[in-house]
Design a protein around this ligand. Structure first.
Ligand SMILES: Cc1cc2nc3c(=O)[nH]c(=O)nc-3n(C[C@H](O)[C@H](O)[C@H](O)COP(=O)(O)O)c2cc1C
Ligand code: SF4
Length: 463
């Protein structure tokens, strides 16, 4: 096993081992502080971080406003106060060791404001900002203004080229590295482009070589590439370490640090991951952001898959194909294919009696309870995303102008719930495709939950 040497990240010599930021409440001040204390880079999630009062109590995110746009402002203010309080916790734990980064999902509504105001409120405590899910054009300018390093998360060399040409070249000195996140392996949202096939994974090596080629062309031959997605043990990555073709690399761990003593997620979620089997994680496109994402196939995902499988096309007007008039509400009927009549009856028979339209001129079938939950969650929307397919909310205009899509879900509601001890079967449980390795890795024998110190040492030793 090759030894992994410290490199310069965000202005300090640290181990090139990075805790991938995870929202909501998948990484926090405590987890990132302990990761940095080991001499690595800890990452606090800025997606609705939990606010901790000066006396150490949790301030729950409760919304009081009646209007969505105002609840959205409440959410932003909670996130800023939460982010600052978590940065202080991370700093206190890490001391002067390692580095502390923050992570933001660029497609969150007002993500820039949250980053800027957290950097202002936690001045000197944060060394870098990582941003993915979308093209974070303004990240360089924000980092330069606040004298911190920035790290775009991309899944192809092409994305880096676009970002560089459009904006990053003006802020080159603050660009600390680029995170290459394997879209077929990483947990959470994945950056698969339309040209890439979710069912045909591509080897990371060639894509990383392509990225290094592009970085060299852009005049960045020594910029660290942070490899994320499917990273478990460094012994699997020997060919990538000290490889002159690839240049300087670091490794980001997303799924593996979730089972540590300091990880903020519930024991039930940890055990779900501990016993996951190969193939339990699926790459799918149900997220209201429109991105692909990878999560454990629990009841939550199985229900969405069922809903999608039972979907049928419809038309507002009669056509040669759509001839059968089907009532979908007390005041509306649409046309479906006559051969789908029996399917509708079957769905009703199974309890899926609520028939709802999607923006793609299809119908889905829901139980009355499912429909009630969708209505409640839409009514309680806090406008967390810049554009949301589930509720039709748009930060810019109030509405996307499209029909809200019942094939998706409220990501704020479900991640907030599972991130704070909620049901692990009926919420979205993001995880990387290597999650099955917990079950056989000796570090976790007899359901052992290691501390971050134990995990960090195991990783350094190639385990
Ligand atoms: C539960 C979970 C939540 C995540 N949330 C985020 C997030 O909010 N922002 C982000 O940039 N990446 C997020 N990620 C991706 C991780 O930071 C990391 O890049 C990825 O998990 C690496 O792949 P791995 O899971 O195979 O280790 C998340 C991953 C998981 C498993
Ligand atoms: S409905 Fe959409 S925008 Fe509203 S809180 Fe849920 S995920 Fe966010």
């Amino acid at each position: 096993m090759k030894t992994i040497n410290k490199i310069n990240i965000s202005g300090a010599e640290v181990y090139p081992l990075i805790e991938g930021g995870k929202g909501i409440n998948g990484t926090d001040g405590k987890s990132s502080g302990y990761w940095a204390k080991e001499g690595g880079v800890g990452t606090i999630s800025m997606v609705s971080p939990t606010e901790i009062s000066l006396s150490g109590t949790i301030i729950p995110e409760i919304f009081h406003e009646k209007i969505r746009a105002k609840r959205h402002r409440e959410m932003v203010e909670y996130a800023i106060r939460g982010g600052i309080s978590q940065a202080q916790i991370a700093h206190d734990i890490a001391g002067n060791n390692g580095r502390i980064h923050i992570n933001m999902l660029w497609e969150m509504a007002d993500s820039e404001e949250v980053i800027i105001r957290v950097l202002e409120g936690a001045k000197g405590l944060i060394h870098g900002v990582t941003c993915g899910a979308g093209l974070p054009y303004n990240l360089g300018a924000i980092a330069a203004e606040h004298n911190v390093y920035y790290y775009p998360i991309i899944s192809s060399a092409r994305a880096m080229k676009i970002l560089w040409k459009r904006s990053f070249r003006n802020y080159a000195q603050y660009l600390g590295g680029v995170v290459y996140e394997d879209p077929w392996l990483a947990g959470g949202h994945n950056g698969l482009s339309n040209a890439e096939n979710p069912l045909q994974p591509e080897r990371p090596y060639e894509r990383l070589i392509e990225l290094r080629k592009v970085l060299t062309e852009l005049g960045l031959p020594n910029l660290p590439i942070i490899i994320a997605g499917g990273v478990w043990s460094l012994s699997d990555w020997q060919d990538y370490i000290d490889n002159p073709e690839l240049g300087q690399v670091a490794f980001q761990f997303g799924t593996r640090p979730m089972i540590t003593k300091e990880s903020p997620i519930s024991d039930a979620w940890k055990m779900l991951m501990m016993h996951a089997q190969k193939g339990d994680v699926i790459l799918q496109k149900f997220s209201p952001t429109g991105f692909f994402s990878s999560a454990i196939k629990n009841n939550f995902l199985s229900n969405l898959i069922r809903r999608k499988k039972a979907e049928i096309p419809y038309s507002e007007t009669a056509t040669e194909e759509m001839t059968f008039l089907l009532p979908v509400s007390p005041i509306k009927a649409v046309y479906i294919r006559s051969e789908d009549k029996q399917h509708v009856e079957q769905q009703r028979h199974l309890g899926y009696s609520m028939i709802k339209e999607t923006p793609d001129e299809t119908l889905v079938f829901l139980t009355p309870d499912e429909w009630t939950n969708i209505q409640i969650q839409r009514a309680e929307c806090v406008g967390c995303l810049s554009q949301c397919q589930f509720s039709g909310w748009s930060r810019a205009n109030g509405t996307t102008g499209k029909l809200p899509d019942p094939r998706t879900y409220c990501i704020h509601h479900t991640l907030m719930d599972i991130g704070h001890g909620g049901d692990i079967q009926n919420n979205l449980a993001f995880a990387g495709h290597n999650v099955y390795r917990f079950a056989t890795d000796p570090l976790y024998a007899n359901n052992h939950i290691p501390s971050i110190h134990e995990l960090f040492n195991a990783i350094l030793n190639g385990k």
